[in-house]
Design a protein around this ligand. Structure first.
Ligand code: IPE
Ligand code: IPE
Ligand code: MG
Length: 236
């Protein structure tokens, strides 16, 4: 408890394989993935973490077969509606990063309501990455920086790392100290490329629908055993 990360980011992967292993449709895996989201979110709130970012849907995921995208959107709408009381009970504030304009109207409406209904909460910040990709985010940031330069609001020579940070979707959140990916894939898949610069990375074979608080604690303990140097030298 002395050395907890403030911010954990998770690539929730393996729902499809989890379902296929059971001879079920991929959507069955996505529905079960929601139970893990609930367990991990409340686990992080109990630990007193400040930020949890969950990669739920990437901009590339729009190119999956239509029935899977439709199923995921329905799941999203239903889950947001259902989970708001639990978020409020646990003092969790919801945030969203991503190209929300791509989402169906019903999802946008549910999201906006959930954002408003949890905006007074002061505990864990739950950041859902929805229709998110890092290259989308960085491209958007560059467009907005260029627009502000054109308007004379910003001088190119004054652009520094703080400026860049302030144009990202994550401007209000610190960088994650720990990034977890489930399902045995060893890649970042367009997630927080800028923000993960010095994050500790943790990979586990556990598929997302099987990932529970105990697995989260294991990842945190692993993180706590690491020496973070940030390019410097710790001793002599
Ligand atoms: C992660 O599970 C959830 C989303 C990407 C929406 P997958 O659907 O990628 O499951 P696998 O990786 O195919 O098993
Ligand atoms: C990354 O998982 C995106 C999410 C978990 C939302 P994917 O399953 O889409 O990534 P790849 O295709 O394995 O890289
Ligand atoms: Mg996957």
């Amino acid at each position: 408890m002395q050395r907890l990360p403030r911010h954990i980011a998770i690539i929730m992967d393996g729902n499809g394989r989890w379902a296929t292993e059971k001879g079920e449709d991929r959507l069955y895996g996505h529905w079960h993935g929601v139970e893990s989201v609930r367990d991990i979110t409340t686990g992080c709130a109990e630990l007193g973490l400040e930020y949890l970012t969950l990669y739920a849907f990437s901009t590339e995921n729009w190119d999956r077969p239509a029935y899977e995208v439709k199923g995921l959107m329905e799941l999203l709408i239903e889950t947001i509606k259902k989970e708001v009381p639990t978020l409020n009970k646990n003092n969790i504030r919801l945030h969203v990063i991503g190209d929300v304009s791509m989402l169906p109207d019903a999802a946008k409406n549910e999201l906006n309501e959930a954002l408003a209904e949890t905006s007074h909460n002061t505990g864990l910040n739950l950041i859902m990455a929805l229709s998110y990709s890092s290259r989308w985010e960085i491209t958007k940031a560059i467009q907005n920086i260029a627009a502000d330069v054109k308007l004379g609001k910003l001088l190119p020579e004054n652009i520094n790392q703080d400026t860049v940070k302030n144009y990202l979707a994550t401007k209000n959140f610190p960088d994650p100290e720990l990034m977890i990916r489930t399902s045995g894939e060893y890649r970042i898949s367009n997630f927080l490329l800028y923000q993960l610069a010095y994050s500790e990375l943790y990979f586990t074979d556990t598929l997302w629908p099987d990932f529970r608080k105990e697995n989260l604690y294991e990842a945190i303990v692993d993180y706590q055993g690491r020496e973070r140097r940030f390019g410097k030298r710790v001793s002599n």
